[in-house]
Write a protein that binds this ligand. Structure first.
Ligand SMILES: Nc1nc2c(ncn2[C@@H]2O[C@H](COP(=O)(O)OP(=O)(O)OP(=O)(O)O)[C@@H](O)[C@H]2O)c(=O)[nH]1
Length: 404
């Protein structure tokens, strides 16, 4: 479906479709490696009145779940899923669990929860869980992704990131990162860990749990929709400035190597022991462009990325100036090959009217994405060979376009 039709058909994130009165409920995913402190954080959050009407869904791996015994909430407000790992075998169970909870809420059989928090298993890949919420025809109407909160343990965090790609992915897709166990004597070089997390995911704020920074106020309501202002807060959600700052930081580091003749990584590599192979697969950057892009060209750009490189698009968020209506930008949000229906804003959120798309990429270079954009948009300086390759590519979509 071409983007304009997709826009007409899509619900907006505020739930302002005339025929659908209930606004979508915010849904937060709490993830983090085994033992990172998810249950501890959740217990702390549940004491906050903001979470009074929250349904907690806990996913446990294994036959006998224990975490629900540790979460200080009982009865209606908590559901335990322990038939497997959410991201692998029981996505159907997640759908059933959430649908069932909605039915009981709508029928008045349980307290009318206004928010859902899902705690994943430590081994979960968050992407398939996000896909379930973003693509299920009913769930995507009833829930909006408020944010992914990833916990990283300051004692084992660096070693866990070295050893487990899931942990790197959890940090890379986060909207917020909570550093836990900084109070313990074995806590590692926190500056090194923070730098590493900022390289993986510059847009995610990092909060120290032991210092009491990981509060409901900062971890909740970090999605596109700002319930306090009852509007879409694109700037806060996109946080493109953090990517620009990180690119600057990167530049300085790379510059340092060139001068020293060291081609190995960062100046601070010595502190980090080895620059890690998992981290090196991940690149975060912001594409910024001024001229509005033709909607068909934008379709082709996204469709090529999505179809051919979907697994590498760990997270994509953007605000786009389309040539057909440049004063009303379009917001996109994708996790790997799955994109949320685009949302047309009534106006630009502020004076900055450039297209900005932030990417967390795995095994893909920012340069490739930029060249693809240039080729699709007909930007000056386009390499003809790219244009020809695109035209000849069997992956180039037909008029039907993306977002079908
Ligand atoms: N000192 C200290 N201990 C913490 C902190 N956060 C969590 N812990 C402890 O770490 C241990 C594991 O915490 P949990 O909250 O069970 O971790 P989890 O991520 O839910 O664990 P799994 O569900 O097994 O993956 C517990 O003994 C907690 O008390 C922290 O910030 N400081």
């Amino acid at each position: 479906m071409p983007i304009n039709e997709a826009l007409a058909a899509s619900p907006d994130l505020v739930g302002r479709r005339s025929s659908r009165p209930p606004p979508p409920l915010p849904l937060t995913l709490i993830t983090g490696f085994l033992g990172a402190g998810k249950t501890t954080l959740l217990n702390g959050l549940l004491r906050d009145p903001r979470l009074a009407d929250t349904l907690v869904v806990i996913n446990e791996f294994g036959e006998i779940g224990l975490d629900h015994l540790l979460v200080e909430r009982s009865g209606d407000g908590m559901l335990l899923m322990n038939s497997g790992c959410l991201c692998c075998s029981i996505r159907g169970d997640l759908i059933t669990t959430l649908e069932d909870a909605l039915r009981r809420r709508d029928n008045g059989r349980i307290a009318p929860f206004e928010r859902v928090v899902i705690e994943t298993t430590g081994l979960a890949d968050p992407a398939p869980i996000l896909h379930t919420i973003m693509t299920h025809p009913y769930l995507m109407l009833r829930f909006r992704l408020d944010g992914v909160v990833t916990l990283v343990d300051a004692v084992n965090g660096a070693a866990t990131l070295d050893a487990h790609e899931e942990a790197v992915k959890q940090a890379a897709v986060a909207d917020r990162i909570v550093l836990t166990k900084t109070d313990l004597s074995g806590a590692c070089d926190q500056n090194g860990l923070r730098r590493r997390l900022a390289d993986l995911n510059p847009g995610a704020g990092v909060f120290d749990a032991a210092k009491g920074e990981a509060t409901a106020a900062v971890l909740l309501d970090c999605g596109l929709y700002d319930p306090n202002r009852k509007s879409l807060d694109v700037r806060r959600w996109l946080n493109a400035e953090a990517f620009a700052a990180n690119a600057h930081h990167d530049h300085h580091h790379n510059h340092g190597h060139a001068a020293s003749g060291n081609d190995h990584g960062h100046d601070h590599a010595a502190n980090q022991s080895d620059v890690n192979r998992h981290d090196e697969r991940i690149r975060a950057f912001c594409l910024r462009r001024q001229p509005p892009i033709d909607p068909a060209a934008f379709n082709i750009f996204l469709e090529l990325l999505r179809a051919a490189h979907g697994p590498g698009l760990l997270r994509v968020k953007g605000v786009i100036a389309l040539a057909d209506d440049p004063l009303r930008p379009v917001v996109i949000h994708g996790v790997q090959h799955v994109f949320h229906p685009p949302v047309r804003l009534e106006a630009w959120p502020d004076e900055d009217q450039d297209t900005r798309i932030v990417f967390i990429l795995r095994d893909m270079s920012p340069d490739f994405v930029e060249r693809l954009w240039n080729a699709c948009s007909g930007a000056p300086g386009i390499d003809d060979a790219d244009g020809a390759a695109l035209a000849a590519s069997p992956l180039t979509p037909s008029r039907r376009g993306l977002l079908a």
